[in-house]
Design a protein around this ligand. Structure first.
Ligand SMILES: [Fe+2]
Length: 242
């Protein structure tokens, strides 16, 4: 694993990397040996397009107050919605659906929409698409608990609430898929609110990082997961202004 500037993952501590970190630029010349890149800005997620990269993780914190607001929000009002939308229409498309879910319309909800909007714009830019299939899901069961590669080219995920996506290094992928619940080898976990862009198996032969959603059935926990994809046959119809 390396960071987006070609150095070993971990805090950069010299002036040379400080400027690159500020811009979020990606070193295009040196793909990581294990296909995994850490970045410290939303722009750094574009590193998924660097040849040899299979997973980019933006290590980040949510805006002030949003984590606490999400944690204390009544789980029953967390959204479970899906829209196919142009990035510029995210707010008008999402707000009525959040109203229907009963999610309180306050400043923190505005911050949440802003954050999702930024990620939708970034994903559209990274993948070169006009509309993004946006799934914002309330999950309180063992969703996608099996180790797998996604049946997509590229997918963005982040957990706004609850435990984060688990993944394994490529060297452990075959064992994790073979052993599933019995797998007890090395397991990586996204940090709280980290944003990950994964390549899936449609990115090419032998492509894609093996991962799973954390099993949470029976724990009482509720996750709020954002999942961004290109349009497919199961996407909803495009959102249009009423
Ligand atoms: Fe997945």
């Amino acid at each position: 694993m390396r960071d987006e500037y070609g150095a070993a993952a971990g805090p950069a501590n010299d002036a040379e990397t400080a400027d690159a970190r500020g811009t979020g630029l990606v070193d295009q010349s040196a793909p990581p040996a294990d296909g995994v890149v850490m970045c410290r800005s939303r722009d750094g997620l574009a590193g998924i397009n660097v040849s040899g990269t299979e997973l980019v993780i933006w290590q980040r914190a949510l805006p002030e107050g949003l984590h606490d607001w999400l944690e204390r929000t009544d789980a029953a009002t967390l959204p479970h919605v899906r829209i196919l939308v142009e990035p510029g229409d995210l707010r008008p498309a999402l707000e009525p659906l959040l109203d229907e879910c009963g999610l309180p319309a306050d400043d923190m909800r505005g911050l949440l929409i802003d954050d999702i909007g930024g990620l939708v714009s970034a994903f559209a830019g990274i993948t070169g698409i006009g509309r993004v299939d946006v799934r914002l899901e309330r999950i309180n069961h063992d969703s996608c608990w099996r180790f797998h590669r996604d049946t997509v080219e590229t997918r963005l995920v982040t957990a706004y609430r609850g435990p984060t996506t688990e993944w394994v290094q490529p060297a452990d992928a075959d064992r994790a898929i073979g052993e599933q619940r019995e797998y007890d080898g090395p397991l990586e976990r996204l940090g709280d609110h980290d944003v990950a862009v994964f390549n899936g198996k449609w990115a090419g032969p032998e492509r894609g990082i093996v991962h799973r959603s954390p099993p949470i059935a029976g724990t009482g926990m509720t996750r709020l997961l954002l999942c961004l994809n290109k349009r497919t046959v199961v996407s909803p119809e495009p959102w249009v202004k009423a």
